[in-house]
Design a protein around this ligand. Structure first.
Ligand code: NAG
Ligand code: NAG
Ligand code: NAG
Length: 304
């Protein structure tokens, strides 16, 4: 060291810092370990770039917080292997966005323990820079984006998803079965929910309710979803509702006439009665309402 000039000594000190046990360049060592276990559990060629030649924040599909370098998003592209959702994703404590999209090889159930259920704490309470000596499973930023659509997932939607902090939930185009969990009745944070094209059945009314921030709901083509639409409260902010190809019955609630719909499709259900009056709803395409038990009134033919 004595032979080194002052600037060089500073540089060396800097590199030693970067190689400290916790933060190695743009990569948190604990997060890197978790990512490598995900890579190993899936074992697909798309992870060939996930090597120590690059900092894990630069690996494809991995996004990190710019200040803390903690992994905040994971977006796994199309794979060519058969695997199930790696439970290890719940060991990434700062993950807010998780996406496994269009993987025909992604089979099996949604792990119930994908995150300890908790409502989102105020983000202002969260330190931007992680506390020193983080506990392994610190409840930190909540997962707010989950897109595991277009895979071959089976089994029920876990109860915990209804109590989670998810704002965007995409589960469409899988083979999920069972009922929409009643836990969604208390959920006040989900804004976009797409459960279309699964094999869900029974009551889905828990998703509805006044005061919910939901603005887009797609339950289409589950074929067996069955509840009385006339008995639910329509969320005030909803502008897109697709229920086509189910067994939804009852009447369209009058408040549906006042909504500035961007998309409404209740076709191929068992609805009945007069379509509520309203400028927007009456000017919609009749195909949004066809193939029900006895819906009538504009845009369908007049009621008898
Ligand atoms: C994907 O799998 C198929 C059949 O299993 C194989 O023929 C193909 O080469 C694989 N593609 C890649 C990029 O590994
Ligand atoms: C769902 O399961 C059926 C058979 O039960 C199968 O034919 C279909 O391809 C599956 N769909 C998906 C998206 O996995
Ligand atoms: C509503 O859904 C049905 C069935 O999928 C479809 O045929 C129709 O075009 C849709 N209507 C509109 C307006 O999107």
């Amino acid at each position: 060291m004595a032979a080194l000039s002052e600037p060089l000594r500073f540089l060396l000190f800097f590199f030693l810092l970067c190689d400290s046990p916790v933060y190695a360049g743009k990569c948190h060592k604990g997060d890197k370990k978790v990512l490598l276990s995900i890579k190993n559990s899936i074992g697909d060629y798309i992870f060939t770039g996930w090597t120590s030649d690059f900092a894990c924040c630069d690996w494809s599909g991995v996004g990190c917080d710019e200040v803390s370098n903690r992994v905040t998003s994971l977006d796994v592209g199309q794979t060519n292997t058969t695997f199930s959702l790696p439970a290890a994703v719940s060991d990434l404590p700062f993950l807010t966005s998780l996406s496994f999209h269009k993987n025909p090889g992604l089979v099996g159930p949604i792990p119930a323990r994908h995150r300890p259920p908790h409502l989102p704490p105020s983000r202002l309470e969260q330190p931007l820079w992680p506390r020193p000596r983080l506990p392994r499973r610190a409840p930190t930023l909540p997962l707010d984006f989950l897109a595991i659509d277009r895979n071959r997932l089976t089994g029920p939607i876990p109860d915990s998803l209804g109590r989670s902090s998810l704002i965007y939930l995409y589960l469409s185009h899988n083979n999920l079965t069972g009922q929409v969990p009643a836990s969604f009745a208390g959920n006040t944070v989900a804004e976009v929910v797409d459960l279309s094209r699964n094999q869900l059945s029974g009551d889905a009314s828990a998703l509805f309710g006044k005061g919910k921030p939901l603005w887009r709901l797609d339950l289409s083509r589950n074929h067996e979803i069955e509840f009385d639409l006339g008995k639910v409260e329509i969320p005030e902010k909803i502008v897109a509702l697709d229920l086509n190809h189910n067994k939804v019955f009852g009447r369209l609630p009058p408040e549906m006439g006042k909504i500035q719909w961007q998309l409404l499709n209740v076709s191929y259900n068992r609805l009945c009665g007069r379509i509520p009056s309203g400028e927007r709803i009456e000017s919609m395409d009749q195909y949004s309402f066809l193939h029900n038990d006895c819906l009538c009134g504009p845009p369908l033919p007049p009621c008898k």
